[in-house]
Design a protein around this ligand. Structure first.
Ligand SMILES: *Cc1c(COP(=O)(O)O)cnc(C)c1O
Length: 461
């Protein structure tokens, strides 16, 4: 399997190179040159436990010796506290795919525990160093840090928008005091952090000199690890309901998680709908309803990991949407960069993409979704999950079970739980430990120069 850039100006790369590169040198995102279609293997794959299924899916895309890959997958999911890794639970008329049983209690652990092991495997074979630079709106940072803390040959620099992540999210990152971990609080928004990240990566000489790598959802290995649980969840729900088609509802920020669902569908998993749910930062739901992609202002909400206007992974989807034509893609992205907007026309069916349904949820409706499931079913969910579960209700269908992705443990967002149900009911022992731990971070202005020189100073220390 070769990896190509959405912008078409990078030579095809191996899986290993694609993972280490993050962003392609031409500014594009890397994609496999082929999506394996495996509908004929569903009966076989359905019987596998999570780790075996992960191995079977990842090996379709990765050139890693089988025995190494098996070890890597096993190690990556041994840090999860549930034996099924990502269990599916039936609550009322929907299913929740619980993705929060990893070490930082958010779905990003599924990919980043794997990525940490993948980096270590690659670096131990080449003897090289890697300096990871990441931007986080909350959960990526702690999951990425947790994936690589204390590892040899790796430093990690994580930018978060100063004061705009929850205090628990901030503590989850800044309480990791390993010498290879550097937290940068940027005076700005998440989009500022992401802009700085892109600019630093586009400075190719800097990127090469310091062996910069990415763990943001632009890294293909993250998408890859996330494809697995779409298969796993669909299989469990098929087993329990006897239905052979399912729908997924996915709370969305950077279009990473739902893009993995899109790839799973293209691989032949019988998914009839991907329900894309945003909070008030609704650029993606507007796009799927109108064909117009236009950035608005970033609003701070109770689901901060989705407070994003420019979704970094969307470029991958758009590449396929524009017929895998890098020239058209580059033109659309240029349009967007210049004018903050571009449009595509809906298909013959009137829909931008019949696989997707999309809507946004307000803070009030999200709080009432949390309340509704708690009161009716004693099931407590975090506000990101509730954005998805709320929007999902518009597309329920008796013959096609709805699987809602539960992306974080409710104990990560205690204030939203209090606002929703009037009491502090969400707890987790890992969260309680955080309160007493010492923390460390560096506050920097929202400027590329400031971040670049900080990184340089730390590396050259
Ligand atoms: C990151 C995150 C999301 C959004 O996922 P994307 O891949 O960015 O769309 C949703 N919920 C939680 C809890 C997250 O951490």
């Amino acid at each position: 399997m070769k990896y190509i850039s959405t912008r078409g100006k990078t030579a095809p790369a191996t899986f290993g190179d694609a993972v280490m590169m993050g962003l392609a040198p031409d500014g594009g995102l890397l994609l496999p040159d082929d999506i394996p279609f495996i509908a004929n293997r569903i009966d076989e794959l359905r019987k596998l436990p999570y780790q075996r299924l992960a191995y079977e899916i990842i090996r379709l895309y990765a050139d890693i010796p089988d025995s190494e890959l098996r070890k890597m997958v096993k190690l990556s999911y041994s840090t999860f506290t549930h034996k099924e890794v990502t269990p599916v639970v039936n609550v009322g008329d929907v299913w929740f795919l619980e993705l929060f049983h990893g070490p930082t209690l958010a779905f990003k652990d599924v990919a980043l525990q794997f990525l940490g092991n993948l980096f270590e495997y690659k670096l131990s074979r080449t003897g090289r160093e890697l300096n990871i630079l990441a931007a986080t709106s909350g959960d990526t940072g702690s999951a990425a840090i947790c994936g690589v803390r204390g590892r040899k040959h790796i430093r990690i620099f994580v930018m978060h928008p100063h004061g705009r992540v929850s205090s628990i999210q901030e503590r989850q990152m800044t309480s990791v005091l390993d010498a290879n971990v550097f937290n940068i609080a940027v005076d700005g928004t998440f989009d500022d952090c992401q802009g700085i990240l892109k600019d630093v990566f586009n400075d190719l000489s800097f990127k090469d000199r310091y062996a910069l790598g990415a763990v943001n959802s632009i890294n293909w290995a993250r998408v890859l690890a996330q494809i697995v649980y779409y298969f796993y969840a669909a299989f469990r729900v098929m087993d329990k309901t006897g239905r052979m088609r399912v729908r997924f509802a996915v709370p969305t920020g950077n279009f990473g998680d739902i893009f993995a669902g899109y790839i799973a569908a293209r691989m032949g998993l019988p998914v009839s709908k991907l329900v894309l749910a945003t909070n008030e930062n609704d650029i993606l739901s507007r796009f799927f309803n109108t064909g117009v992609y236009s950035a608005g202002k970033v609003h701070a909400t109770i689901s901060p990991s989705m407070d994003i206007q420019v979704a970094s992974n969307f470029e991958r989807y758009l590449f396929y949407k524009l017929g895998s034509d890098p020239v058209k893609l580059a033109a659309a992205m240029d349009d967007f960069k210049r004018s903050g907007r571009f449009a595509i026309s809906p298909g013959a069916s009137g829909a931008v993409d019949p696989l997707f349904a999309a809507d946004s949820a307000t803070t009030d409706s999200t709080l009432s979704t949390i309340r509704r499931y708690y009161v009716k079913h004693k099931y407590l969910m975090d506000p990101h999950t509730a954005v998805g579960a709320g929007v999902a209700r518009m597309w329920l269908d008796d013959s096609e079970p709805m699987i809602c992705l539960a992306t974080a443990h409710p104990a990560k967002f205690p204030q939203a739980i209090i606002d929703a149900i009037g009491k502090d009911a969400a707890h987790h022992p890992e969260m309680q430990k955080l309160e007493k731990m010492p923390t460390r971070m560096e506050v920097l202005p929202a400027s590329v120069e400031a971040v670049r020189s900080y990184i340089e100073r730390q590396i050259n220390k």
